[in-house]
Design a protein around this ligand. Structure first.
Ligand SMILES: NC(=O)c1ccc[n+]([C@@H]2O[C@H](COP(=O)([O-])OP(=O)(O)OC[C@H]3O[C@@H](n4cnc5c(N)ncnc54)[C@H](OP(=O)(O)O)[C@@H]3O)[C@@H](O)[C@H]2O)c1
Length: 317
């Protein structure tokens, strides 16, 4: 049993102060230190977790809204944020987990968590950094582009700085990349890179980019709707002017949520781990340290401060 089990220890949490409108600020969150007894109540099937790595996800902004009609449960003001993370099992009364296991799954932004009904995935392959498990399911653009290259596509990425453009081209092997902040006419930029049109658009940002892409899709092109970061901070979402092009070009557009595909996770690991081990897929992380820096790390997603998957280290193992 871990040495700390049975003891009362301090437990830092990152708390949401109140619901947020518009762009969130660091002061919308604060760190609070309480205590937790590292003990599992008898009769329960709980696990006791030491949280190691937390995933900073743009969608967490949506959960800061006071929203009755969202599929994402709103955070409760005065309570800790939650999302996904990697943790170590300190103690367990659940038959599926034992002390010392590394797990990933739903996580509260705090140092220690008592989870009454654990729905966590055990990490069996620890020859890749544990922090990767926060993002192998999440850090989308860099992986999607590399997967597309592996299947022989011509891949063009869009990012918000020259440094990121260089990363896309030189580290991730995209054929082309451009800085969307420097393109005053996105339609013209897309025409430059896709004179014959776009077959597949993987949408992480929505808004103006999606609108410009619709004009440039090929007949029967496909759009995967993954995320719309550009509108997460808007009180009134921007309308898409060119939606008619779905009909003109007979485009197929479909949204998806990773949570519906968790059953494929073992298959996905079989697919990606060899690529990572052989460096055929490279994976870049941006690491922030400590819950005190959690708010800044999270908000950095909306100014493009992060380069690669934004991870928050609660503590190193
Ligand atoms: N469907 C699902 O199941 C699922 C699962 C995970 C994530 N997602 C979605 O996938 C997308 C990417 O997620 P991620 O975790 O990989 O995050 P990420 O790409 O690291 O997201 C942050 C980046 O978004 C860019 N950005 C910020 N504001 C923007 C704006 N107004 N317009 C355009 N780009 C902006 C910034 O890069 P620049 O410097 O380039 O601006 C920033 O670095 C998000 O929309 C997320 O919600 C969906």
């Amino acid at each position: 049993m871990a040495a700390s089990v049975g003891k009362e220890v301090s437990n830092k949490q990152l708390i949401l102060r109140d619901y947020v409108t518009g762009s969130p600020k660091e002061s919308d969150m604060y760190v609070e230190t309480s205590t937790i007894k590292l003990e599992i109540p008898s009769g329960s099937k709980a696990v006791l977790l030491k949280n190691l790595y937390l995933s900073c996800d743009p969608i967490m902004r949506i959960r800061m809204n006071r929203a009755e009609d969202s599929i994402f449960a709103s955070y409760i003001p005065g309570s800790a944020l939650s999302g996904y993370g990697v943790a170590k099992v300190l103690d367990s009364r659940h038959p599926d987990y034992k002390e010392g296991d590394f797990v990933w799954g739903p996580a509260v932004w705090e140092e220690y968590s008592l989870v009454e009904e654990p729905n966590l995935t055990k990490i069996h392959h620890t020859d890749v950094p544990l922090s990767y498990y926060t993002g192998i399911l999440g850090a989308v653009g860099q992986l999607v582009g590399q997967f597309a290259k592996l299947t022989g596509c011509y891949v063009v990425g869009s990012a918000g700085s020259q440094q990121k453009v260089d990363l896309l081209k030189n580290k991730f092997g995209f054929d082309e990349a451009f800085n969307y902040k420097e393109e005053h006419d996105l339609n013209a930029a897309l025409k430059r890179y896709f004179p014959n049109g776009i077959d597949i658009y993987f949408d992480n940002v929505g808004g103006k980019m999606l609108d410009a892409v619709l004009l440039n899709m090929r007949d029967h092109g496909r759009i995967a709707g993954c995320g719309m970061t550009s509108i997460y901070n808007l009180d009134e979402p921007e309308g898409i002017k060119n939606l008619m092009f779905i009909i003109y070009k007979r485009i197929r557009m479909e949204g998806f949520a990773a949570i519906e595909y968790y059953h494929l996770y073992p298959k996905f690991l079989d697919h990606i781990l060899p690529y990572i081990r052989e460096s055929k897929v490279v994976y870049v992380e941006d690491i922030a340290e400590g819950l005190e820096n959690g708010a800044a790390a999270l908000l950095g997603l909306f100014s493009g401060r992060n380069i690669g998957k934004q991870v928050l280290v609660v503590t190193h193992e």
